[in-house]
Design a protein around this ligand. Sequence first.
Ligand SMILES: [Zn+2]
Length: 116
Amino acid sequence: MRCEEVREILPAYGRDGDTGLPVRRHLSRCADCSAELARYNSLARSLEDLRTQAAEPPAELFHQLASIPYRTSRAQEVRTHVTRNRNRYATGVAVAVIGAAGAAFWKTRRGRVATA
Ligand SMILES: [Zn+2]
């Protein structure tokens, strides 16, 4: 086998371990392809280690994040204000609805009186 053919198979060889006698025979004689296989295997081990490692955040990160000033957007301020004063707004809406209904009732009564 030629080096180019073996190099195409090396990732599978490193992962599965066995691709046949010609590849093993070439690797036993070719230092360059053996070194390439060693690099593949090293990379695969590093990737496997990364998969099992959990990154711990630095201890000071929580305090640094907590020290960032809290800013609310204008929309957030309005929502907070409305939530805090929900009863007043509900009363205002009820008064407006009653007023509109009263005005409509008064207008219809007045129209009826005028036509009678
Ligand atoms: Zn080779």
